[in-house]
Write a protein that binds this ligand. Sequence first.
Ligand SMILES: NC(=O)c1ccc[n+]([C@@H]2O[C@H](COP(=O)([O-])OP(=O)(O)OC[C@H]3O[C@@H](n4cnc5c(N)ncnc54)[C@H](OP(=O)(O)O)[C@@H]3O)[C@@H](O)[C@H]2O)c1
Length: 248
Amino acid sequence: MSEIRVLVNGARGKMGATTVAAVRAAEGMTLVAETDLGDALADAIRTSRADVVVDFTHPGSVFENCRTILSAGAHGVIGTTGLSASQLEELSQLCARIEKNLLVAPNFAIGAILMMRFAAEAAPWMDRCEIIERHHDGKADAPSGTALKTAELVAAARADIPWKTGAAEKETLPGSRGGQASGLRIHSVRLPGYLAHQEVVFGAAGQTLVIRHDSLDRNCFMPGVILAVRKVAALPGLTYGLERLLFG
Ligand SMILES: NC(=O)c1ccc[n+]([C@@H]2O[C@H](COP(=O)([O-])OP(=O)(O)OC[C@H]3O[C@@H](n4cnc5c(N)ncnc54)[C@H](OP(=O)(O)O)[C@@H]3O)[C@@H](O)[C@H]2O)c1
């Protein structure tokens, strides 16, 4: 089988640089180009004849990058967060038209995928749930894509059972109860010292259950990224979430 030709976009960034090293070390793939802000991505894809582009850039540019990747004839493995539901829908249609694939994963850490799965499993059995996510202070978006995805999965697992409600509450300080997504409260902490951490906290009478994942080093994302690079060509259209590769 021929080697997969990989271009890393955002290669000077923290995740991009880690991906460059991981692709170089992986069997069955060749790093054919590195691009970053200011480079002509479409030209680089065509010149390098990249099969797959890995994108770790910025939430403000990821949608346009995805369109460029597909239009230039490559598959995309997208780790950059911040794509909205309507943008994902638009990209899914573009994938179908162009017959190139995107794998978009808000979290490539396999432990984080397991955290989400275990949280979905717990959801029907507990009364309430809130999410606390902590990230480094350089993160551009809040809440994290992982927190949004977790809320979506937990809510779906609980679709037929309403959550128990507490006493009526009034925020005397606006925002103190966090934001809401899929009916769950999400609290985002941004501080130097953190990398990426999340707790899914369940409560019921007389007990709490905390499902927690900590990314301590950016290498934790690399097995997931490399797996996605290997598989994306065989996953028609837009695939959202690494779990599709792990659990089918
Ligand atoms: N899916 C996952 O598992 C996962 C894990 C960790 C992080 N992330 C996400 O990955 C993204 C990058 O994170 P990071 O920590 O690596 O950020 P970072 O260190 O700031 O790196 C981003 C890099 O992309 C460059 N860039 C910005 N806009 C660009 C564009 N339009 N075209 C090409 N390059 C561009 C930046 O250049 P400048 O510095 O010059 O702006 C920088 O070199 C974030 O959205 C983050 O939330 C995802």
